[in-house]
Design a protein around this ligand. Structure first.
Ligand SMILES: Nc1ncnc2c1ncn2[C@@H]1O[C@H](COP(=O)(O)OP(=O)(O)OP(=O)(O)O)[C@@H](O)[C@H]1O
Ligand SMILES: O=P(O)(O)OC[C@H]1O[C@H](OP(=O)(O)OP(=O)(O)O)[C@H](O)[C@@H]1O
Ligand SMILES: [Mg+2]
Length: 282
């Protein structure tokens, strides 16, 4: 059987997290940041380490079957590729920003010069709003362009906001788009073997978002407790050696699991434990 060809970011914000997720999904990943490709024949895949900005193009052309890239980069590329799964890391917002106090409303962008590395996304957004502005394409360090007189405003990736603050800029207008790392495939086509690959990554996503919770409780209060921890298919309830008590086991969302433990304790549960899940298939 031919190998699934998968593009992975070689550098930048998404690179390390992408490789980590693939490793947790049971795939081999390169040990050396200079390595360009890696074959994992046992798992039927071959990895190509590429610039994240180029990945959607390779997948859209059909040269590669699957890619990991940013939603913003996918949209900016205009490639014939589509999002198949969001991966929960590399989260950022794409925003307009300008000197403090200079802009309050998107309409003020009319006639302005806007610097960005994401020309496709910005042009499409302005067109949709009927705003006529000139877009200046820069490769990076976009925040400095205003101070240097090349632009009046910028549109860029904002994560913590500290780069903007340091440049004396502030965001304005609505968020252009919310981005995160995504799996992309060629529009309208599902490569053979994609379902297994996707299920493995979904397993890691669920494992990251959930913990396994165990507790003991009096049988008379089980119904109440199980309402708090319904599990996925339904919790496992098993007998305990102690008369009138049962053990309950259920997957629960990691967020809020501490509060859930407090609530279970309140209604009489004891021996409440959570354990990390490494991987799963639901
Ligand atoms: N703080 C961040 N800065 C830039 N991109 C980020 C950040 N956090 C997440 N991302 C996402 O990473 C992708 C951009 O990756 P890319 O590797 O092209 O740029 P980079 O991380 O700025 O790397 P570099 O500029 O060093 O090449 C986008 O999808 C973007 O939304
Ligand atoms: O909100 P923050 O947490 O400050 O992160 C956002 C900044 O990080 C990125 O720049 P990067 O470091 O990649 O440099 P670049 O502009 O040269 O790509 C991005 O372009 C913003 O400038
Ligand atoms: Mg950058």
């Amino acid at each position: 059987m031919s190998l699934l060809r998968i593009a992975v970011p070689n550098k930048g914000s998404l690179s390390q997290s992408a490789s980590e997720m693939l490793r947790e999904s049971g795939y081999r990943q390169r040990e050396d940041a200079k390595q360009l490709t890696l074959t994992d024949a046992e798992n039927g895949v071959e990895f190509f380490y590429l610039r994240p900005r180029d990945i959607a193009l390779y997948v859209g052309e059909g040269t590669l079957d699957i890619g990991v890239t940013g939603r913003d980069l996918l949209l900016d590329s205009g490639a014939k590729a589509e999002e198949a799964l969001s991966l929960g890391f590399g989260r950022s917002r794409f925003r307009f920003a300008g000197p403090k106090g200079a802009f309050t409303d998107l309409a003020q962008l009319s006639g302005a010069r806007i610097a960005t590395s994401y020309v496709g996304v910005v042009r499409a957004f302005l067109e949709e709003r009927g705003i006529e502005a000139s877009v200046v394409r820069l490769d990076g360090a976009v925040e400095t362009s205003i101070q240097l007189g090349v632009a009046d405003a910028i549109a860029d990736v904002v994560e913590t906001g500290s780069t903007l603050r340091q440049a004396g800029l502030e965001v304005f207008g609505e968020t252009i788009l919310e981005s995160e790392a995504v799996l992309v495939t060629r529009s309208g086509s599902v490569p053979p073997g994609f379902d297994v690959f996707k299920r493995r990554l979904e397993g890691v996503l669920v494992a990251r978002g959930y913990v396994m919770m165990d507790y003991d409780i009096e049988e008379s209060r089980v119904a109440e407790a199980v309402r708090l921890t319904p599990g996925i298919e339904g919790p496992t309830v098993s007998p305990l050696r102690r008369e009138g008590w049962v053990a309950v086991r259920a997957m629960v969302p990691r967020d809020g699991s501490q509060r859930l433990m407090d609530e279970l304790y309140q209604i009489g549960a004891r021996g409440i434990l959570t354990t990390k899940i490494d991987a799963c298939r639901l």
